[in-house]
Design a protein around this ligand. Sequence first.
Ligand code: SAH
Length: 445
Amino acid sequence: MTADKVAPPTVTISRRGADRIRAGHVWVYRSDVVAVEGVQPGAVVLVQEAGGTGQRHADRRVSTTRKLPDKNVRPTRSLGSAFYSSASEIAIRMISPKPVNDIERLVRERIRAAIAYRERFVENTNAYRLIFSEGDSLPGLIVDKYNDILSLQVLTQAWDPEPMRQVFLSELQAALQSRAIVERVDPRVRKLEQLPERESGTIDTRGAMEPALTDRLQGGSRTGTSSVDGSTTAITTEFHMNGVRFLYDALAGQKTGAFLDQRENYAAAEKYARGEALDVFTYQGGFALHLARTCEKVTGVDSSRPALEAADQNAALNGREIEWIEANAFDLLRDYSDAGRKYDTIVLDPPAFAKSRQTRETAIRGYKELNLRALKMLRPGGILVTCSCSYHVSAGDLLDVLSSAALDSHRNLRILENRGQAKDHPSVLGVPETAYLKCLISVVS
Ligand code: SAH
């Protein structure tokens, strides 16, 4: 990709959209797009605020230097560069407040900066999110590192064309020399972005590599880095966090395989956990495996059998005895609390109940029920670790849920820690959507 000599494509947005950018956000919704001229899906565009009186005067071109006849008429103002999506409700994702002429260079620099950030702030693990979309100013791209495997997700049109893939893959490969790069495809996302269907699989990075790297590989210091594009042969490795070991199967499991955003919360929960512990929504045992180091007995609950099978293998790898129960958490908590079962530590880490603002109320009811049941089952002095990864349920909402559950169950709760996502999922001020995970640790009396 070479720098474009012709005038770059331009998107004109409303004052409301521009105000959003000026307030630090990077998204502009389609409803705030006033005009789109000669723009390809996924293109890098110049973004400008519509001039005029704030009405939809897309064709009104007012130069910043021209004398304006009316003081209410605003000039067209440039806001910088963005990725454009022709399909998503989020039409614009800003990448720079300045015009970007060389997108390849920008992407390479941002990837290097993302890697440097992790080198500086991530510790006690060889599995972490290397690129967190807006959190790393690379909106629409997710890359997770699991030891020697990279797992990536393309979430927007901008990252999908082959030339762009070549850029980010070659940069990642040059920096990390991973054994394999795997793409995890979310068909729903591709449909929303109107991208052609694609299978999850390993990515053939050979074509994307820089010559120097290709030479090194051919020199025999390593075996090939990947198999044929779209291959579904098992790609496995082992990773560790906080001294706990995990097996990783790159083409299995949810998301890119693990919930790396909880890493620091596992360690925090372990600090307070004791006695008999129940890890509800355990997935592959993230909390349970940590709790097993300090608790007498640990039980992990999940509705997914494959997740529990992986959890059990992880327990064996760590030499731990953990009881796994395949059940609907709501049913199990109801049955257990009705039966008067007691625990010293309970973790609640449900999936995102509120995927949109419309489902927020229902989600809050779900959180309330779970927390109420858990509080009823905790012995005096017990520890509750309660999480929510729904962006649409705020930290304040979760605290409200917890207070009302405490009132209803006549328990007194003291917050030990009010936590968020791990540092490899950086949340950017101005883009509140980048802060989504809440984790409250409290002691119950
Ligand atoms: N605590 C986990 C992540 C949990 S993700 C970790 O740290 O790795 C949410 C989990 O909830 C998924 O594993 C999913 O299979 C499970 N799940 C979703 N609905 C459920 C339900 N109704 N009952 C029990 N488990 C459920």
